[in-house]
Design a protein around this ligand. Structure first.
Ligand SMILES: [Zn+2]
Length: 75
């Protein structure tokens, strides 16, 4: 059972890495320096990076960042 889960995790990782590599190769827009969120260090999903190549945060951190920014602007 554990072996099957390990194998599934490995396949998922390989698929993700391949998708990320294809995205980086296909993208002529300047991508963010790295695919990791600048706040939490998590990998930014490929779909998000395709839609927003300049994204430097994952969706969760970006929404927190925007809420904080709005808070500071409004006081
Ligand atoms: Zn994040």
């Amino acid at each position: 059972m554990a072996d099957a889960i390990d194998r599934a995790n490995q396949l998922a990782e390989e698929a993700r890495d391949a998708a990320l590599a294809r995205t980086l190769e296909a993208s002529n827009a300047a991508p963010a320096e790295d695919p990791f969120c600048e706040d939490c260090g998590g990998l930014i999903p490929v779909v998000r990076r395709e839609r927003l190549p300049s994204a430097t945060r994952c969706v969760g951190c970006q929404s927190v960042h925007e809420r904080k920014s709005a808070h500071y602007v409004q006081r």
